[in-house]
Design a protein around this ligand. Structure first.
Ligand SMILES: *Cc1c(COP(=O)(O)O)cnc(C)c1O
Length: 360
């Protein structure tokens, strides 16, 4: 058996070069005579790794100096709760824009803690679009506005950062971070679970403007307080050292690929190839409005749901893994994150064409 093209939505494929390097230095890392997993996070060597990975991420994303970069834990979902805990004030409500399952979940978690206003929602059209910015009912006095920049399940992506005036914009970028250049300064806080484009699950990257950290209340548990984590350089407690190490390797890999401009061009080409085929096939269908289709997650359906099982079985046997769509949507979903080469997308298109011909 050998490694196949893996279209998993997450945990997702990692670059093979990164896995090989981790394999090579698994037992003894960097002269430590032990694995990177087995040494103190407070050792000089690990702190150097932490600092270097932060520098690389800052360079890749061109993070402005007045933003703090954190490597935390709990998955993106914990931060659905931690964000309102830190940034919603008692006398203010918070605005959420619902464009799919993840923004819905984020709003639901916030509701347990604060007064949530739904500024816009595409639920009525089954999340096949992003409501036009002019139609959003934003509260200029809101503590923040929350969006999910890419909806991993529905395959809906903001291709431009919406202007929300002076209210801090918070973005869940779990499944789009590092897929193309991003203007960090348009957000007050960005957060991303690692398991799509950064590394293994459990690790969460948070990029937060320093003035926002001043809002963190003193009366919440320290472990949930972003300002406390920032003051301790993400080492308030033992960080996910293995995840952090792998993330560092992924950042190096991306720099070697030419950084985010190059990643963006590759990802645009991959998405164009797959959507182009789907739209012209007369067989497969993607339900999302064209202007907001995701470059990372491409859901599609076959003409009859009875064909799904055969499609999955045969694609898997051909070496195209994990194409089953999310249960909320059905059909198929191809996640084509940074680690998926265009050859993998071409192999998928070739299989899809062949399958359509045989099952017309
Ligand atoms: C995967 C994902 C999450 C959830 O991440 P967990 O690490 O499982 O908490 C949240 N938001 C988006 C956009 C995701 O793609």
């Amino acid at each position: 058996m050998s490694r196949a093209y893996n279209f998993s939505a997450g945990p997702a494929a990692l670059p093979e070069d990164v896995l090989r390097q981790a394999q090579t230095e698994l037992l003894e890392w960097n002269g430590a005579r032990a694995s990177v997993m087995e040494i103190s996070h407070r050792s000089k060597a690990f702190i150097a790794l932490a600092e270097e990975s932060e520098r690389d991420l800052r360079e890749l994303l061109d993070v402005p100096a007045n933003y703090t970069v954190l490597f935390l834990q709990g998955g993106a979902s914990q931060h659905f709760a931690q964000i309102p805990m830190n940034f919603a004030r008692r006398d203010q409500s918070v605005d959420y824009v619902l464009t799919g399952d993840w923004s819905e979940k984020a709003a639901k978690e916030a509701k347990a803690l604060t007064n949530v206003r739904i500024a816009a929602t595409a639920a009525v059209t089954n999340y096949d679009r992003i409501p036009p910015r002019e139609e959003w009912d934003l509260d200029p006095g809101a503590a923040y506005v929350h969006i999910a920049a890419n909806e991993t399940i529905r395959g809906v992506e903001f291709h431009e950062v919406p202007d929300v005036g002076n209210v801090p914009l918070i973005g869940d970028v779990s499944s789009t971070i590092l897929s193309r250049p991003l203007d960090v300064s348009k957000y007050a806080l960005l957060y991303a679970g690692a398991q799509k484009n950064i590394g293994p699950s459990g690790l969460v990257a948070v990029i937060v403007r320093e003035d926002l950290l001043e809002r963190c209340p003193k009366d919440i548990p320290r472990i949930f307080n972003y300002a406390e984590h920032a003051a301790k350089n993400s080492m308030l407690n033992t960080p996910n050292t293995w995840g952090w190490y792998l993330a560092g390797l992924v950042f190096k890999w991306m720099k070697a690929q030419g950084g985010l401009a190059a990643m963006g061009e590759r990802n645009r080409a991959k998405a164009n190839l797959l959507y182009g085929y789907i739209d012209n096939s007369g067989y497969y269908r993607n339900p999302v409005e064209r202007s907001v289709r995701s470059w990372m997650n491409v859901p599609f359906t076959l003409p009859r749901a009875e064909l799904d099982e055969a499609f999955l079985k045969e694609s898997n046997a051909t070496g195209l893994l994990a194409l089953k769509g999310h249960r909320a949507v059905g059909g198929m979903r191809a996640s084509i994150y940074n680690a998926m080469p265009i050859e993998g997308v071409q192999a998928l298109v070739d299989f899809m064409r062949d399958f359509a011909q045989r099952n017309g």
